[in-house]
Design a protein around this ligand. Structure first.
Ligand code: NAD
Length: 488
C-alpha cells in the first residue's frame, strides 16, 4: 500500500496519478527523501472536479445545515485525535521547529473548521420593507446558496493552516472543494482525506490533486470549466496567471498574495516590546510568513540601539533539527528557495549594504549540510530603490533604515506595489491612530504582530490580494446571494 501522503484523494478514495509521473518530497532539513508523490494528470483533475460537482447534488447538497456543521466540527476532533501524525507530517515537509508547528500549524489548522462552522451557524441575512405606489408595500429578503465547486490552491509556508482557512468556510457554507496543495508540502492535505472519510463527509466533497502549477494539476484545475470559483494563496505573479484563467467563464477569485511589509518604530515605543515583536515578525518560520517584516523603519534617536538589540536577538537564534527543544529557527522550504534567498544576500553586499549580522549559510555540520539553511540576516545602509527593499525575499532577513518624521515614514512605508501588513510601534496613542489609517495595507498592527481575531477581515491591498477572508467576509466569497422581493 502506498503512503497516503503522496496519493491523490478523489471522490473519497486514494489513487495514484493518471500522469504516471511521480516527484520526490525532499526534507529541507537534510536533503533526505520524505516520500514519493503521485502527480495528478488532467483526467484526475477532471475526475476530482466531476466528483465535487456530483457531491453538490448528493447528500451534501440536501443535508440540513445543523447536520452539515456537525460534520464540519467533527473534523476538529478528527485532526486532534491524530495530532502527532499531522505534526510529524507537517514538520517532515517543512522542516519547521516542532515547537512552532505544535502550537500554530496543527491546532489552528484544526480550529478553522470550528470557527467557520460557528460563523455560518450565527450568520443572518438582511430584510427591507419598502413602500409601493399602490400603498401595499413589499418586503425584500436575502437568501444565500453555496457557490459551487471551489478550486483551492495553496502555498507551502503554513500548509494545513492556510488550506483549512479556505476549506473550513467553503465546506461550512455547503460548497465542495478540489485542493491543490503546494508540491513542496503535499502531506497534510492528503492525510485530511482520511479524516474526512472517518467523520462521514460524503465522497466528492473534499478532493486533493497533487502536482505543480503551469502544465500540471494547478493549471488543469483553474482552467477546468466545472470550477465555479478559485481561492488562491501564493505569489503575486502566480495570482496574475491564475486570474487570466479565471477570466474564462468569469469565475470569482479570492487572492492572498505576496508582500513587502514594513515595521515602523517610533522613538516613543516600548523598546523591549518593539524589539521582541520585530524579532518575531522578521524571523518566525524562517521569515516565510506572508505577514512578516522585511523593511524596518526606526526613528533616528533610537536607531543605533534598535539595530544593536536586533543583532543580539538574531545572533541568539538557534538553527537545528526541528525536534530539538533548543531549535528556534528551521531551514527554508527547499534548496531552490535557498538559492533565491542567497541571491538576495549576495546582491545586498554587492550593492554596498552594511551586513549587521548573517549574510551566509550557517555551518551546522555534515549531517545537515544538504539542508536549505541560511543565516538570519540584518542589513543597513541600502538606497530605497534597492531590490532588497523593493522585492519580496521571503527569508529570515530585514533591512533597517532610519527616519526623521511621520510624513517621511508614511511615504516610505507606502512606497511599494504591495499592501499586506504593517506593524507600528509607539506608546503615543494619538500618533498610532493618526498613522495607521494612512498606511496602504490590509492588516495594521499597533504594538503587536500576528495577533489575529479570526472574525476580522484578512487580506491585502494593492498587489497583495483581492478580497478579504475571515469571519463573515469569507462568507461573501463562499456563497452566492439572491434578493427575494415580495410584493404584498
Ligand atoms: P506560489 O505562487 O509559487 O505557489 C502557490 C501555489 O500555486 C502552489 O500550489 C503552486 O503549485 C500553484 N501554482 C503555481 N503556478 C500556478 C498556475 N499557473 N496555475 C495554478 N496554480 C499554480 O507561492 P509559494 O511559493 O507556494 O508561497 C509563497 C508566496 O505565497 C509568497 O509570495 C507569500 O507572500 C505568499 N503568501 C501569501 C499569503 C497571504 O495571506 N497573503 C499567505 C502565505 C503566503
Amino acid at each position: 500500500m502506498d503512503d497516503v501522503r503522496g496519493l491523490n484523494f478523489i471522490n473519497g478514495e486514494y489513487r495514484r496519478g493518471s500522469s504516471g509521473k511521480t516527484f520526490d518530497n525532499i526534507s529541507p532539513v537534510d536533503g533526505s527523501l520524505v516520500g514519493v508523490v503521485h502527480e495528478a494528470g488532467a483526467s484526475d483533475v477532471d475526475a476530482a472536479v466531476r466528483a465535487a460537482r456530483a457531491a453538490l447534488k448528493g447528500p451534501w447538497g440536501t443535508m440540513a445545515l445543523a447536520e452539515r456543521l456537525k460534520i464540519v466540527c467533527a473534523l476538529v476532533d478528527g485532526i486532534q485525535a491524530r495530532f502527532d501524525d499531522f505534526l510529524a507530517a507537517e514538520v517532515a515537509d517543512t522542516g519547521k521547529p516542532v515547537s512552532l508547528a505544535s502550537h500554530l500549524d496543527i491546532p489552528r489548522g484544526a480550529a478553522n473548521f470550528q470557527i467557520f462552522a460557528d460563523i455560518v451557524r450565527n450568520h443572518h441575512g438582511e430584510s427591507f420593507m419598502m413602500p409601493t405606489p399602490d400603498g401595499t408595500g413589499a418586503v425584500n429578503y436575502t437568501v444565500t446558496r453555496p457557490k459551487g465547486v471551489i478550486a483551492t490552491i495553496c502555498p507551502w509556508n503554513l500548509p494545513l493552516l492556510l488550506m483549512t482557512w479556505k476549506v473550513g468556510p467553503a465546506m461550512a457554507c455547503g460548497n465542495t472543494v478540489v485542493v491543490k496543495p503546494s508540491e513542496e508540502t503535499p502531506s497534510t492535505a492528503a492525510m485530511l482525506g482520511e479524516v474526512m472519510n472517518s467523520v462521514g463527509v460524503p465522497p466528492g466533497v473534499y478532493n486533493v490533486v497533487h502536482g505543480f502549477g503551469p502544465g500540471s494539476a494547478g493549471e488543469f484545475l483553474v482552467k477546468h470549466p466545472g470550477v465555479d470559483a478559485i481561492t488562491f494563496t501564493g505569489e503575486t505573479r502566480t495570482g496574475e496567471a491564475i486570474m487570466q484563467n479565471a477570466a474564462i467563464g468569469v469565475r470569482d477569485v479570492s487572492f492572498e498574495l505576496g508582500g513587502k511589509n514594513p515595521a515602523i518604530v517610533f522613538a516613543d515605543c516600548d523598546m523591549d516590546k518593539a524589539v521582541e515583536g520585530t524579532m518575531r515578525s522578521v524571523f518566525a518560520n524562517c521569515g516565510q510568513v506572508c505577514l512578516g517584516t522585511e523593511r524596518v523603519y526606526v526613528e533616528r534617536p533610537i536607531f543605533d540601539e534598535f539595530v544593536a538589540r536586533m543583532k543580539q536577538g538574531a545572533e541568539a537564534l538557534v538553527c537545528g533539527r526541528p525536534e530539538d527543544k533548543s531549535t528556534t529557527m528551521g531551514p527554508l522550504i527547499s534548496q531552490e528557495h535557498q538559492d533565491k534567498v542567497l541571491g538576495f544576500y549576495k546582491r545586498a553586499e554587492a550593492e554596498g549594504a552594511t551586513v549587521v549580522t548573517g549574510g551566509g549559510v550557517p555551518d551546522l555540520g555534515a549531517e545537515l549540510a544538504k539542508g536549505a539553511w541560511v543565516e538570519p540576516t540584518i542589513w543597513t545602509g541600502l538606497p530605497d530603490d534597492s531590490a532588497i527593499i523593493t522585492d519580496e525575499i521571503f527569508g529570515p532577513c530585514c533591512h533597517i533604515r532610519p527616519f526623521d518624521n511621520e510624513d517621511e515614514v508614511i511615504r516610505l512605508a507606502n512606497d511599494t506595489p504591495y499592501g499586506l501588513a504593517c506593524s507600528i510601534w509607539t506608546e503615543n496613542l494619538s500618533r498610532a491612530h493618526r498613522v495607521a489609517p494612512q498606511i496602504e495595507a490590509g492588516i495594521l498592527w499597533v504594538n503587536s504582530w500576528f495577533l489575529r481575531d479570526l472574525r476580522t477581515p484578512f487580506g491585502g491591498s494593492k498587489q497583495s490580494g483581492i478580497g478579504r477572508e475571515g469571519g463573515t467576509y469569507s462568507l461573501e466569497f463562499y456563497t452566492d446571494m439572491s434578493n427575494v422581493c415580495v410584493k404584498l
